[in-house]
Write a protein that binds this ligand. Structure first.
Ligand code: ADP
Length: 422
């Protein structure tokens, strides 16, 4: 067995880390589970100190041939280590997030109070049990068995079924793992309030806007020529507001929808319609081509897929100067098939790419507004694709052009004859 002294040299580092972790704890209370990196450090320190104490225990009696001074030093150091260990354990115990230390066999080595409350673990009963077995009846069981490193969101808390958890697993030490579970029920409630608010406001605005728009349509600019430019602007703006309200309602519906009623979406007529829509929007300002080689239909919601795919076409037309080329493609890929729209337009600087699907995120507000955009199009595309387990990939070079591609898996493909791919 290693002597405790062999570990003492690690203590200054471990305690320094612990100090840092202490500083983190305040932030952690309101922070995100991603702060688990700090928890890993904390876990390392707790384990190190546990090991030292464990190994030091048989030696707690001072060595026989030591001077009284050495004896006092030894005892002081032992007391300090024990006290640090207690403090660190207490700190970890009081964390609002559940923390479970697992060994290489996924057996529980240690857990804090929040783990009792949220995961239903009990001490001493659950020390040393297989976590997957202990949580066998919960939604966490499959995730633990698969050993995935991807965090799991919105899973019911085994110890508190009304609460939802965000759970992640962080590797540390020698094949050990730290399971972190955070109660996100209050965040979900806030998110629900936000969704309801947006949906209600949009719904309430719809009727007055329809009335205003209707009256504006009735007014003939020729009757009041001096107000003609004002009337034109009012009509345009009321139409734009109407479109924003419709897009917000579409987004609210998509956000609350977890599944779609799958239908066969025939791609050949849909692609022909998309091309016609592009030509109508472009009004001869662009060269528009269609390349369809996939020979497959899609399984999904015809209305939502049409809305998403036509959004990409509309963007390509609106963000490509006159004289540019736009190509709509439907091709096979190793993963399944991809629908893409390429343009030779303004392009997008790389720094914006990751945020393009956020609501109202625009590179240039004036350009978006002038071209009739609402800033919600790509957000709708992302939600529709999520519902179809598809992915949006964007490639773009400023001044050269962009390609927006929707990647569908084999499971979403149907052969035009009738049978599916899988
Ligand atoms: P908008 O209604 O403003 O077009 P979107 O959500 O559809 O909103 O797009 C978000 C932003 O992404 C746009 O404002 C635009 O800046 C950029 N964008 C989208 N498509 C293209 C494209 N094909 N070429 C260049 N920029 C684009």
């Amino acid at each position: 067995m290693a002597q405790p002294a062999t570990h003492y040299w690690k203590l200054p580092t471990a305690l320094a880390v612990a100090l840092l972790v202490g500083a983190w704890l305040g932030w952690l209370a309101n922070g995100h589970v991603a702060s688990g990196v700090a928890l890993v450090a904390l876990a390392e320190v707790v384990l190190l100190l546990t090991r030292i104490r464990h190994q030091a225990r048989p030696m707690m009696a001072p060595p026989v041939l030591v001077s009284p001074l050495q004896h006092d030093r030894f005892m002081t150091r032992s007391r300090r280590i024990a006290s640090s260990l207690r403090d660190l354990r207490n700190a970890a115990s009081q964390l609002p997030d559940a923390v479970v230390l697992l060994d290489q066999n996924q057996q529980v080595r240690w857990f804090n109070h929040a783990a009792e409350h949220l995961l239903g673990l009990r001490r001493p009963r659950d020390r040393g049990v297989l976590l997957q077995q202990r949580l066998a009846v919960s939604d966490l069981s499959d995730w633990l068995r698969d050993g995935t490193q991807e965090p799991l969101n919105d899973v019911a808390a085994p110890g508190q079924p009304d609460s939802q958890l965000n759970v992640s697993m962080l590797p540390f030490g020698r094949h050990q793992h730290l399971l972190l579970a955070r109660d996100i029920s209050h965040l979900n409630r806030l998110e629900q309030i936000r969704r309801d608010f947006v949906a209600n406001v949009s719904h309430e605005l719809r009727t007055p806007l329809t009335v205003i728009h209707g009256y504006l349509e009735l007014l003939d600019p020729e009757d009041v020529p001096e107000l003609a430019p004002v009337l034109g602007e009012m009509r345009m703006q009321s139409k734009r507001m109407g479109q924003i309200v419709e897009d917000l309602l579409t987004l609210s519906r998509l956000e609350t929808q977890h599944q779609i009623a799958d239908e066969r979406v025939q791609m050949a007529p849909l692609l022909a319609t998309l091309r016609k829509e592009a030509e109508a929007l472009s009004q001869g300002r662009h060269q528009i081509a269609l390349e369809s080689s996939a020979e497959a239909d899609l399984l999904g919601s015809p209305r939502d897929l049409h809305s998403a795919l036509s959004n990409l076409v509309s963007n390509a037309v609106r963000y490509t100067p006159a004289g540019g080329n736009i190509t709509i493609r439907w091709q096979r890929t190793p993963e399944g098939a991809a629908y893409s729209v390429s343009d030779t337009g303004f392009g997008i600087p790389a720094t914006h790419l990751a945020r393009l699907t956020e609501r109202f995120y625009r590179i240039s507000s004036s350009r978006s507004r002038d071209s009739g955009g609402t800033g919600l199009g790509l957000s709708i595309v992302k939600h529709v694709l999520n519902l179809h387990q598809a992915q949006l990939r964007i490639e773009s070079t400023p001044g050269v052009g962009s390609t927006f591609a929707c990647h569908f898996s084999h499971a979403r493909l149907l052969m035009p004859g009738g049978c599916d791919e899988t």
